[in-house]
Design a protein around this ligand. Structure first.
Ligand code: O2Y
Ligand code: MN
Length: 609
């Protein structure tokens, strides 16, 4: 498609304006077809950037530059008009100053490259909950990833018509080519100090420069679907959350949908694709990372997964940790920064088997002897620890038939979790909505020796798992959650649960098996949503009645389960002190009074007991 085929005047004008600054050699408007995807992939393979995988049909491996392997939080900005609106947990720069710096960088930045226009929809096209975006990029790798992660092409332009609303997403890898110069198979990107991942919330605008990787470059995901969408959600009265979405069916055939927010490294993708061990129950996937939720006419919250694919962490994904993910990546998958084995397949640490053959090529592109162990010392990994697969969600065996329902699915429960070796029990339910918002506001994970830090043992709080993704002041975000609870009757609101799969005993061993057996907790949550008589009221909320968690066939002793489900009063008192002295003060006077009231009420209940 050509630029003159664009009927939407504002889109056409924006593309022309951008091209006049970035000066690409060519402009191409993506139609979203398979032929387009195949052509761009072929070009990247011919140029030496992509390596086709003999063992996986239509799948290609890419290796990025070592400076470009993950989201760059230090270079991520919320350039709101007022600094106060970005809040203390975001990097703020004056939008005019930032635009000046970045306009300089964008000038001539696409020379020698093609400017691709990607019309995309976050969510099923035409859904009342979905939103459109246009990403301008000079990276074919980004175009192919966007094909998988979003709905791309002519059908989106048709949906936009002549004046539909869209979010402007501008991306350049920041590596212009001189005449006759080529990348020669190397990953184009700019130096770290020139990478900028910038958000202008008032203009619903994203400018990304210098990185071609993941969340920095696939602008529909973290930049749009969370940072900009969280602002839209606040202004329009809905929720844009960093949450997976699950469908659960009980042995009677009754269905419920739940969402869940977890900080990173808590097994969110594994939970999203869980194969239950509890007999008669079925768990299916609607989404693994992001949920957009709006109230329906019936007063319930309906969720869609705004994405169409998974951008999952590869290392440690195996048939035993996540069989459904392994099935999802058998074909039509883009792999980035994985190892390559002699038989032409990808390989990564803890994939569940050793690579075939005598050598492997690591993520740097270096040939090495095939490993004899499934794990590698830190810094010597064959696959980068943040190596990724990009796979179509429809390839997941556990994908629910209604995952693309434009109406969304009605949500019965929210799960909040974290990696907490002590204090937080296996599961408890909030007393009410505001208490649940309080729980969401304090979640986080304990810093372990796996990270070099002087904060070992301290809780790194990640409210609602949104710390790097909230596009405005987190105190205002808490307020938005409190206000959301007033929009319908309490019976229609999702019930809120706090789960912790990561309790450890005195010897440092995990007390709960986790993974598939988390289905036993999901079953209890499900029954709670039916007001089952399976809970007791405690100071911290509702907890499972003895015998109400099914542990048949599980190697967990009843006394261990009892300990997992006890209220650790001393631990909670320390928790309250940390929230009061260290966590909430970060948000200044923006902390809603409802949350400090919840904190005091919890303290009072614990001191009475
Ligand atoms: O490193 C990146 O660019 C990807 S980050 C990511 C990808 C998929 C799902 N979640 C995340 C995250 O950081 O939460
Ligand atoms: Mn995520």
């Amino acid at each position: 498609m050509e630029i003159n085929d664009i009927k939407h005047k504002k889109i056409k004008a924006w593309v022309e304006e951008t091209a006049a600054i970035c000066r690409p050699d060519a402009i191409y408007v993506c139609d979203g077809s398979q032929a387009e995807y195949d052509r761009l992939m072929d070009e990247m393979i011919k140029s030496g950037l992509g390596t086709p995988l003999k063992k996986r049909p239509s799948s290609v491996l890419f290796r990025s530059d070592p400076s470009d392997v993950a989201r760059v939080e230090d270079r991520t900005y919320i350039a709101s008009a007022k600094e106060e609106d970005a809040g203390p947990t975001n990097h703020w720069i004056d939008p005019n100053e930032l635009k000046k710096i970045m306009s300089g960088l964008y000038t001539d930045s696409m020379k020698g490259r093609t400017l691709y226009v990607i019309p995309f929809s976050m969510g099923p096209i035409g859904s009342q909950i979905s939103k459109n975006g246009i990403e301008i990029t000079d990276s074919a790798y980004v175009v192919c990833n966007m094909h998988i992660m979003t709905r791309v092409g002519t059908k989106v332009l048709e949906n936009l018509g002549e004046d539909g609303e869209f979010v402007k997403c501008l991306h350049s890898v920041g590596k212009p080519l001189a005449s006759g110069q080529a990348d020669n198979g190397t990953w184009p990107c700019a130096d770290m100090e020139h990478k900028y991942i910038s958000h202008f919330p008032e203009e619903r605008l994203i400018w990304s420069y210098g990185s071609g990787y993941g969340g920095n470059a696939l602008l529909g995901k973290k930049c749009f679907a969370l940072r900009i969408a969280s602002v839209l959600a606040r202004d329009e009265g809905w929720l844009a959350e960093h949450m997976l979405i699950l469908k659960i069916t009980n042995p009677k055939g009754e269905v419920k949908y739940i969402t869940g927010a977890f900080p990173s490294a808590c097994g969110k993708t594994n939970l999203a694709m869980l194969i239950p061990t509890v007999p008669g129950w079925k768990v299916e996937t609607i989404g693994d990372d992001i949920a957009w939720m709006k109230f329906g006419k019936d007063g319930r919250l309906y969720a869609i997964n705004p994405e169409a694919g998974f951008f999952g962490v590869a290392p440690e994904t195996s048939d035993s940790s996540n069989k459904n993910a392994m099935e999802s990546i058998k074909q039509n998958t883009i792999f980035t920064n994985c190892g390559l084995s002699d038989d032409g397949d990808i390989w990564w640490e803890k994939i569940g088997y050793l690579p075939k053959g005598e050598s492997v090529i690591d993520w740097h592109g270096k040939k090495r002897p095939a490993p004899l162990k499934e794990s590698s010392p830190k810094g010597e990994e064959i696959a980068h620890p943040n190596a990724r697969f990009t796979a179509p969600a429809k390839q997941c065996p556990s994908i629910a038939s209604e995952w693309e329902d434009p109406a969304g699915v009605p949500i019965s429960a929210f799960l909040f979790g974290g990696r907490r070796p002590s204090t937080i029990p296996l599961v408890h339910q909030s007393r009410n909505w505001n208490h649940g918002v309080f729980i969401g506001s304090i979640i986080g994970s304990e810093v372990t020796a796996a990270v070099i830090s002087d904060k070992i043992g301290q809780v790194r709080r990640d409210p609602f798992a949104m710390l790097p993704f909230c596009g405005y002041h987190m105190g205002d975000y808490f307020k938005h959650w409190i206000e959301t609870g007033k929009k319908t009757t309490p019976d229609k609101l999702p019930k809120i649960f706090y789960v912790n799969w990561f309790r450890k005993d005195k010897e440092g061993n995990f007390m709960w098996p986790g993974y598939k057996d988390n289905s036993r907790i999901l079953a209890w949550v499900f029954d709670r949503c039916n007001e089952a008589d399976n809970a007791v009221e405690t100071e911290i909320g509702f907890m499972p009645k003895p015998g109400s968690i099914n542990i048949d066939g599980l190697d967990v002793k009843p006394e261990v389960l009892k300990e997992l489900l006890e209220v650790d009063r001393e631990g909670w008192k320390k928790e309250i002190q940390d929230v009061r002295e260290n966590h909430y003060p970060k948000f200044g006077n923006k902390i809603p009074k409802e949350l400090t009231e919840e904190l005091s009420a919890l303290e009072a209940r614990l001191s009475k007991a």
